[in-house]
Design a protein around this ligand. Structure first.
Ligand code: URA
Length: 464
């Protein structure tokens, strides 16, 4: 039995180095016990083998796919004690099953992808829901935040906060580790408790103003809010103190709400979290489509948008421009929006699949329909966009978008023209994709279908 002791629960490099050595020595997964420094007791002391040194030789014919390393980097941050062993088992199988990372039906791959998904969610929650409170110090203000992550994500998130709040002096306190930024250097301290973090201070006013300005009474669904922002985060957020009052006065505030919703100017964390999400999507390798596409085409539009349109995937022109719906289908879409009286710039427009899928034909790239696995892999991004924007109404343009939002095949002809309930809560409408209108051979049919499309958009927008 080999016992590998890793120095810290989130130390991917240590795990990778140990796993490399074990693979090179052909140690079967069942012969390895993984533990983390502080957790290690005497139980295995006699059998303990030090982690193999760095730069151990790896079998010459064995190249670890990048997708596995990306997956492993996230999985390592999960709290599940089995994660190291599960990853090593997968690494061992990759020797003989080099395409294993693409097999999303494999139980081990599914389990690891599930762990990685939890970790990514936790990373985004920290970015979106962490709140700083100002503490006056001799050297100037320090901003201090308390956060309780579910997984070991704090160090992995450090660069994000350094980049976003580079000119501020701040500390992020969590139960396991504290991060301190002095404007030039990042340092770590021991875990803290909630009592170490300051309570109310002037920063709260900033956040309260921000929150009051974006609070959308028309969207108030306490269940849905709690789902997206679990109670454990609420108690850290100054603005939640306002919720009962905001709820009580919701009706009266509704009419003036939109003009107050200039949240980006106040620098809300939602915008920051959206930008971080977009940045992360730029490096997405969740499916193979990224290999041939020019770039990720992420959604665009105001973060306060109440209406969110979801298309299928970027086309040739969108792939080059990096923006959704700017090619021929986009022009039909724009015309239909205008006919329905909807200002595109007030809406958020995105796609179910964020990379262009095509088949090369000579110099041309011919659109290819995304399959169920690709839609499923990309669903994570839509869920994140939905979580950050919390649109009042979503509109699925075509079958791929409908499948992504509802998680199953939907028949457009049967479901269009009425509000439907999304499985995770919220309303969505389904209509045709604008490119369907482009493909109709007959001019009269084209006109008739265009009018029906406009009618669907108008009806959906009327419920916002
Ligand atoms: N078709 C889509 O579904 N989305 C785009 O962004 C462009 C064309």
């Amino acid at each position: 039995m080999r016992v590998v002791t890793l120095p810290a629960p989130d130390d991917f490099n240590a795990w990778r180095d140990a796993a490399r050595g074990l693979i090179a020595a052909a140690v079967p997964p069942d012969d390895v016990v993984w533990q983390v420094g502080a957790e290690a007791g005497d139980l295995f002391a006699a059998a303990e083998t030090p982690a193999p040194p760095r730069h151990d030789p790896v079998g010459p014919a064995f190249t670890v796919p990048r997708a596995f390393l990306d997956l492993a980097r996230n999985v390592i941050l999960h709290r599940d004690a089995e994660r190291f062993a599960l990853l090593y088992t997968m690494l061992d199988r990759l020797r003989t099953e080099p395409r294993l990372t693409d097999d999303h039906a494999d139980p081990l791959v599914r389990r690891l992808e599930g762990l990685a998904k939890h970790v990514r969610r936790d990373i985004h929650k920290m970015r979106a829901f962490l709140r700083f409170r100002e503490v006056p110090e001799e050297a100037g203000s320090r901003y201090v935040a308390w956060f309780e992550p579910e997984h070991h994500i704090v160090r992995a998130n450090a660069a994000f906060f350094v980049n976003r709040f580079a000119s501020m002096r701040w500390s992020i306190l969590t139960p396991e580790v504290a991060l301190h930024w002095d404007g030039a250097m990042l340092s770590e301290g021991p875990g803290a408790s909630r009592a170490d973090a300051p309570e109310g201070d002037p920063t709260e006013e900033v956040w309260k103003t921000y929150y009051a300005s974006i609070f959308n009474p028309a969207r108030v669904k306490v269940g849905a809010m709690l789902k997206e922002m679990p109670r454990k985060y609420w108690k850290n957020m100054p603005e939640t103190a306002l919720v009962p009052e905001l709820l009580a006065t919701a009706q009266a505030r509704e009419s003036g709400m939109i003009t107050r919703a200039q949240s980006a100017e106040i620098g809300g964390n939602s915008r920051i979290a959206w930008e971080a999400l977009r940045e992360e999507a730029m490096g997405c390798t969740r499916c193979h489509l990224h290999k041939h596409a020019t770039q990720t085409v992420f959604g665009e539009g105001p973060i306060e948008a109440r209406l969110m349109f979801v298309g299928e995937q970027p086309g040739d022109q969108e792939d080059l421009a990096g923006q959704p719906f700017v090619g021929p289908a986009g022009q039909v879409f724009n015309r239909a929006l205008a006919a329905a009286g909807i200002a595109r710039e007030d809406t958020y427009v995105t796609n179910a699949v964020k990379h262009f899928k095509f088949e090369p034909r000579g110099k041309r790239r011919i659109h290819a329909k995304p399959d169920a696995g690709e839609i499923e892999a990309c669903r994570w991004w839509i869920e994140q966009e939905q979580m950050l924007l919390r649109p009042k109404v979503m509109v699925a343009l075509g079958a791929t978008a409908a499948r992504s939002l509802f998680g199953k095949v939907m028949t457009i002809s049967r479901e269009r023209g009425r509000a439907l309930q999304l499985p995770g809560g919220g309303a969505a409408w389904i209509t045709v994709h604008p490119s369907y209108l482009l493909r109709l051979p007959d001019e009269a049919a084209k006109r008739g279908e265009f009018d029906r499309f406009v009618e669907d958009l108008r009806a959906a927008a009327a419920t916002v």
